[in-house]
Design a protein around this ligand. Structure first.
Ligand code: PLP
Length: 412
């Protein structure tokens, strides 16, 4: 008799984003004549850039010829892509990463979810709250998060980010073994500057804490004092694993490619002997057993984002989304709203008007105005009372969505 992993039963029946998508879909079906403005989904709206398309066509042709066909590739990623990553995403920012520390994957969701396999089931984890749900749910699935009680997981240390602390996570007062940081932040669109991140790295070094650092939105950083990588901070290679993605950087949400950096200097201890073990070696071992790499065509596409044309084209698309975010911010601010985010990330984080709860507000927006947002409560207890809007949709839709919201809630 097969016994199930009962930790799965502690999860809500539906993943938060799927639940929202279902509700949006139900609205669409029942209101076919209303043009829905979807500012909930964090998906991109602009197509892949020409440099990427050209590289893919070329790679597809190679796959069709006997002399250039590729079967299984190196599980860690082709050297051409890992070399481009090391040069463009690290060396040019003054950071030395070796290609053996780069693990190419099918997007950041897989690895941000899978990485917890490296640590013992009874390690304590800390998350900034509100939080990208994958971090908690992947831990919950193996029992590390404890029980879900009153909207919170009993074994998770929540680090609230609210108006009271200007949406910046404070160092935890309770002990944690592992901490997840997301910079720029989803859902809030906020950022930690170099100074702030330095405090976290120093905290991790002092307390032997492992940081899982999600930089999926690094391409959206506009301010010079915000680091693109945690490894720009001295000592971080001893305490942090970093996740990057081409999804929002270059519109790869449907293509699927990202990468994880596991530095060779990074270690964690064994329970029995306290011996320090390389996490790079462990992750390599894990990936060899469970992952067969990303398709050659996709890796050539990712490589093309670093060509001269590719860099320029990708930057233009990011500019488009960030200009949209600026327009949305201005519209809200002119109407007297307080807006968080939208300056170094494609997300705006806003307080639900009239102290309404965020799920109720989500339904009100959807059914009264035909606008979909993300209710903050789905991102954790500190998200209650807030909602998230994306600027990754078509600009005219973003403007129309904000206009509809402001027509009903003039002053926030
Ligand atoms: N990390 C964060 C913070 C995200 O918001 C997302 C996607 O929305 C991901 C990781 C996963 O991105 P992907 O799997 O498309 O690379």
């Amino acid at each position: 008799m097969a016994l199930i992993n009962e930790h799965f039963l502690k999860l809500k029946g539906t993943y938060f984003f799927d639940d929202i998508a279902k509700k949006i879909n139900a609205f669409k079906i029942s209101h076919p004549k209303i043009k829905l403005i979807d500012l909930a989904t964090g998906d991109v709206s602009q197509p892949l850039c020409p440099a990427v398309i050209e590289a893919m066509h070329k790679a597809v042709d190679e796959m069709g010829r006997k002399d250039t066909f590729k079967g299984y590739g190196p599980g860690q990623g082709y050297k051409f892509l890992r070399e481009a990553i090391v040069k463009h995403d690290y060396q040019l920012h003054g950071v030395n990463i070796d290609i053996s520390e780069v693990f190419v994957n099918d997007g950041a969701k897989s690895d941000t979810g899978n990485i917890q396999e490296l640590i013992r089931w009874d390690n304590s984890i800390g998350v900034t709250d509100p939080v990208y749900p994958v971090y908690i749910e992947s831990n919950a699935m193996i029992g590390r998060a404890g029980k879900h009680d009153n909207g919170m997981w009993t074994n998770v240390v929540y680090i609230p980010c609210t108006a009271d602390n200007e949406y910046l996570p404070q160092l935890p007062s309770q002990p944690v073994d592992v901490i997840y940081l997301c910079n720029p932040n989803n859902p809030m669109g906020t950022v930690m500057t170099r100074e702030v991140l330095k405090k976290w790295v120093n905290f991790a070094i002092k307390n032997d804490v492992l940081i899982f650092y999600d930089a999926a939105y690094a391409a959206y950083i506009q301010d010079d004092d915000v680091p693109h990588s945690i490894y720009e901070i001295k000592g971080a290679r001893h305490v942090a694993i970093e996740f990057r993605s081409y999804s929002k950087t270059a519109g790869f949400t449907g293509l699927r490619c990202g990468y994880t950096i596991v530095p060779k200097a990074l270690t964690a201890v064994t329970f029995d002997s306290g011996e320090r073990i390389s996490l790079n070696a462990l992750w390599h071992r894990r990936q060899s057993a469970k992952f067969n790499g990303v398709s050659y065509v996709t890796q050539r596409a990712a490589e093309a984002t670093y060509s001269e044309e590719g860099l320029r084209q990708v930057k233009e698309t990011v500019r488009y989304y960030m200009d949209t975010a600026n327009i949305m911010r201005d519209m809200f601010i002119k109407s007297g709203w307080n807006v968080v985010g939208g300056q170094n990330a494609p997300y705006l984080w806003l307080k639900v008007p009239d102290s309404d709860d965020s799920s109720h507000f989500f339904m009100q927006l959807l059914y009264n105005l035909g606008v979909a947002c993300m209710p903050g409560s789905g991102f954790g207890p500190s998200g209650e009372g807030y909602f998230r809007l994306t600027s990754l949709a078509q600009r005219e839709d973003c403007i129309e969505g904000v206009r509809r919201i402001l027509s009903n809630y003039a002053n926030g």
